[in-house]
Design a protein around this ligand. Structure first.
Ligand SMILES: [Fe+2]
Ligand SMILES: [Fe+2]
Length: 192
């Protein structure tokens, strides 16, 4: 029987798209940016990472663990997410946007880059070798459903912080909006 979830982008492509979005946000953050822009970008980055980490832990890592529980990359993934969560909490608690805020944000960026490199060069290719296309799409659909639940309460904040944070870069704003539009079209095609 034909299943709509087979039309979904694969979970691995969705994870790559999330990584691209968060790196784009990091690249907008500069030491000389206005405090309002820095705070908005920080909120965009922190919320995007929290949702992404929860989605991977619920929808992706358990499947990879079933394939090989002893794998070192999968074993260190959740502790690395927890290190990021500590830095996110520190950034949210810091009401200033000076040198210390920049330092913690750049430490978070460094950890994210290392973590993303392991996922994109080891875990995602392994998933694509070991799981067939239909399964990857099913998991992608599952991740989208969960993303809607996690993002819904934060939708207003996410839009507002994206508009302020990306206001200095037309290209980045267009890319961010295009990503949102694509997601919206996919979701409306699934629900109609
Ligand atoms: Fe991760
Ligand atoms: Fe990831």
């Amino acid at each position: 029987m034909f299943k709509l979830s087979k039309l979904s982008p694969s979970i691995t492509d969705m994870i790559r798209l999330d990584h691209t979005h968060v790196m784009l946000s990091f690249h907008q953050y500069t030491a000389d940016a206005k405090p309002r822009v820095k705070k908005a970008l920080t909120e965009t980055i922190c919320t995007a990472l929290e949702i992404h980490a929860a989605l991977e832990e619920e929808c992706f890592y358990p499947v990879m663990r079933e394939l090989d529980s002893a794998d070192s990359v999968i074993q260190k993934s959740v502790p690395e997410h927890n290190e990021m969560r500590q830095l996110i909490a520190a950034l949210r608690a810091d009401k200033t946007t000076g040198a210390e805020h920049d330092r913690v944000l750049l430490e978070l960026m460094q950890k994210v880059i290392h973590h993303v490199a392991d996922e994109e060069t080891v875990l995602l290719p392994r998933a694509e070798r070991l799981l067939d296309k239909d399964r990857l799409s099913e998991l992608g659909a599952q991740m989208t459903r969960r993303r809607l639940q996690l993002a819904a309460p934060k939708a207003g904040t996410l839009v507002a912080s994206s508009v302020i944070g990306f206001s200095g870069s037309t290209t980045a704003l267009v890319l961010a909006a295009a990503g949102g539009l694509l997601a919206g079209r996919y979701l409306s095609s699934r629900t109609s």
